[in-house]
Design a protein around this ligand. Structure first.
Ligand code: SF4
Length: 299
């Protein structure tokens, strides 16, 4: 009953994201999933569109310069993901003839691809029946079927067992690909968690499964007490400083590839923190430090 209610809601209300409904290649689906980790899907759309236009497949991305890849990642955040995605592209291009592999084991062995992304690609790109488990899905399943908030940290064996138990069967369905019940289930549960059953302020009065939700029936015990993801301060953090340096490099006019020491120091007044961040960006392969103290994006 929950599956039917959610499927109906999904077909009426799903956001029309460009990698959904079978319109993207498996590689495009993987790129969307990597970009959406730690970044809201609605923010990802213009980056994904520009990225796929420029590098439509793994081979194209494999051949790009690191500087172009880091620049195109823009303000998606956590830019190491961009370099890991390029490493992944190189492996797909070299070892799989530019065809994204079709098994979970092969996907999860690619650089930067974990359980969630491998499962999401198996379900959303290949239509395979597999439980996809992310923060949103854990929160929704725990609320609807257990009547309680999910705990933070890694998914527990009990949460995985629940996700597998409630995953609809596909065998009796005539549907194919992205219309299969298990695929619609994964996408609709995740979508519900993103737009209705949010962590702090679930919109239960608009929820398609309100009548079947144990959490609502129980009076929403402990709502907001346990955040599934700890709040992360940004101002003054190394993340902010690293972002400032990368944005300055991305914004250089044509013909200029490096920023000299004086201009770098103008970006942040705490030069100890600044130097620490520059060193960490260099360690991560996101910038190169030159002997004269200037920095540039890697070639
Ligand atoms: S009724 Fe409320 S708590 Fe239950 S799934 Fe819907 S939005 Fe979430």
């Amino acid at each position: 009953m929950v599956a039917e209610s959610l499927a109906e809601w999904w077909h009426e209300s799903a956001r029309d994201l460009p990698w959904r409904f079978g319109r993207a290649t498996p590689w495009g689906v993987l790129v969307s999933e990597v970009m959406s980790q730690q970044t809201q899907m609605s923010r990802v759309v213009p980056y994904w569109q520009a990225w796929m236009e420029r590098w439509p497949d793994a081979a194209a991305l494999a051949d790009a310069s690191k500087a172009d890849v880091i620049t195109a990642w823009g303000r998606l955040g956590y830019p190491r993901r961009a370099l890991r995605l390029q490493e992944c592209a190189r492996m797909v291009a070299d070892d799989y003839h530019d065809d994204l592999p079709r098994t979970y084991d092969e996907l999860v062995a690619l650089p930067g691809i974990g359980d969630y992304t491998a499962s999401a690609v198996m379900s959303f790109a290949y239509g395979e029946r597999i439980a996809v488990i992310d923060t949103n899905i854990r929160r929704v399943l725990s609320r609807v079927f257990l009547g309680a908030e999910s705990r933070g940290g890694a998914a527990s064996p009990a949460e995985r067992a629940l996700a597998n138990r409630v995953l609809p069967e596909d065998s009796a369905a005539r549907c194919r690909g992205f219309d299969r019940p298990s695929v619609v289930w994964n996408q609709s549960v995740m979508e519900l968690g993103a737009v209705i059953c949010t962590a702090k302020s679930p919109l239960c009065e608009q929820c398609p499964v309100a009548a079947e939700c144990m959490f609502l029936a129980n009076g929403r015990p402990g709502l907001g007490e346990r955040r599934t993801r700890p709040h992360q301060r940004f101002r003054g953090t190394d993340r902010q400083v690293r972002g400032l340096v990368l944005n300055a490099l991305r914004g250089l006019p044509d013909g200029r590839i490096a920023i000299d020491r004086k201009d770098i120091e103008a970006l942040w007044s705490d030069h100890i923190q600044l130097d620490k961040c520059i060193a960490s960006l260099d360690d991560d392969g996101l910038i190169e430090m030159l002997p004269d103290g200037s920095v540039r994006l890697p070639c």
